[in-house]
Design a protein around this ligand. Structure first.
Ligand SMILES: [Zn+2]
Length: 297
C-alpha cells in the first residue's frame, strides 16, 4: 500500500511520539521537561547508563546522542518493533485512531471477512490456553514440563491444548455464534471424512499459536500427545489467513529481538520448541511452518 504525504502528515500530527515512546521506555525524571515536550531516556538501541536518547514531542522527532539513531515516529516504530515502513504506518495510524483509506468496496468486504476469521482464531487460541490450564490438561502439562516448558512460558508463547474430542472446538465456537463454514474457513475445523459431519482440525494435540507480523493469531501448529499418532506435527490448513509458504513461526518477535540486540542475523530453527528455546535465550529465531522436515522433538 502507498501512503500520500497528506495522510502521513495527518497521522504524524495526531500522534504524540513521546506518548508512543513512553509506553516502551522509561523517561529520566531529572533530565526531562514534560511541560516543554522535552524527554530523555536510556537509549533502546545501544547500551548505556545515563540517558542520551532525546525526544522532542512538538517536533515529533527522536535523536540519540550516543549512537546516532534518529527519525520520526514511523522510524521509531520500525526500529523498536522491527516493522517495515507500511507496517509502521499502519501501526501508528491505528494507535492515533486515523483510519487508513480503503481501495474499494470489495476490499472492505474481504476485510470484514478477514476480521471475522481472525476473531475465530483469537477465540480458539484462548480456548486452547484455558484447556491446557484445566484439569483435562494434566497430560499435556506433563509433556511440556518434560520439555522444560513452564506455565509462564506457555502463556508467553501462546501454547495450549486441543482436547482429544471430535468437535470440542467446533461446539465451543458455534456456541459463540460462528457458523460452521466460517469455522472451517478459519482452519480450526475441517470437512468430515467421506461425507461425515465436520470435525476439529486439532484433536489431542499441544497447540502453538502462529502469528502474523502484527501479532494476530492466524493459525496453529499441533503436536500429537498420543505416541501412536499418524502425524506427530500438523499445521492449520491453507486459508484466507494462513499460508504456510509465507509464514514463519515467531517472525514478529524475532524482528523485535533483532532490532533490540542488533544481532547480524537470525537463527532458523527446525521446530517450535527450538525457536522457543532460542528466543528465551535472547537469540532471534524463526521456523518454517510445515514445510520443513519432521522436527526431531
Ligand atoms: Zn543510542
Amino acid at each position: 500500500m502507498r501512503f500520500s504525504d497528506t495522510l502521513l502528515r495527518q497521522v504524524r500530527d495526531r500522534v504524540s511520539i513521546a506518548d508512543y515512546a513512553g509506553k516502551r521506555l522509561t523517561w529520566d525524571k531529572r533530565k526531562s521537561r514534560p511541560s516543554a515536550g522535552d524527554y530523555w531516556a536510556c537509549c533502546p538501541f545501544h547500551q548505556e547508563k545515563s540517558p542520551s536518547f532525546h525526544v522532542l514531542d512538538q517536533k515529533g522527532i527522536f535523536n540519540c546522542f550516543g549512537c546516532g539513531e534518529k527519525g520520526d515516529v514511523f522510524t521509531l516504530a520500525m526500529k523498536l518493533e522491527g516493522l517495515n515502513f507500511p507496517e509502521a504506518v499502519e501501526k501508528i495510524a491505528e494507535y492515533a485512531g486515523v483510519p487508513l483509506p480503503k481501495d474499494d468496496v470489495e476490499d472492505r468486504g474481504q476485510d470484514d471477512r478477514r476480521k471475522r476469521l481472525l476473531a475465530i482464531t483469537a477465540h480458539t487460541a484462548k480456548l486452547y490456553k484455558d484447556a491446557l490450564r484445566s484439569s483435562g490438561g494434566a497430560d499435556a502439562r506433563k509433556y511440556l514440563q518434560s520439555r522444560g516448558i513452564s506455565a509462564e512460558v506457555c502463556e508467553q508463547f501462546g501454547i495450549g491444548l486441543a482436547p482429544d474430542e471430535w468437535t470440542w472446538t467446533l461446539d465451543k465456537l458455534k456456541a459463540e455464534g460462528y457458523s460452521i463454514d466460517e469455522i472451517i474457513d478459519a482452519g480450526v475445523a475441517r470437512e468430515g471424512f467421506e461425507g461425515k459431519p465436520p470435525i476439529d482440525t486439532f484433536r489431542g494435540r499441544v497447540t502453538f499459536e502462529i502469528h502474523d507480523t502484527s501479532g494476530k493469531v492466524i493459525g496453529f501448529g499441533g503436536r500429537a500427545l498420543a505416541k501412536d499418532a499418524k502425524a506427530k506435527y500438523i499445521n492449520s490448513p491453507e486459508s484466507a489467513l494462513y499460508s504456510k509458504s509465507r509464514v514463519l513461526y515467531r517472525l514478529k518477535q524475532a524482528r523485535e529481538l533483532l532490532a533490540r540486540t542488533k544481532a547480524p542475523g537470525l537463527v532458523v530453527g527446525e521446530g517450535y520448541l527450538d525457536v522457543i528455546a532460542f528466543e528465551r535465550a535472547g537469540i532471534a529465531a524463526v521456523a518454517p511452518c510445515g514445510t520443513a522436515p519432521q522436527p526431531l522433538c
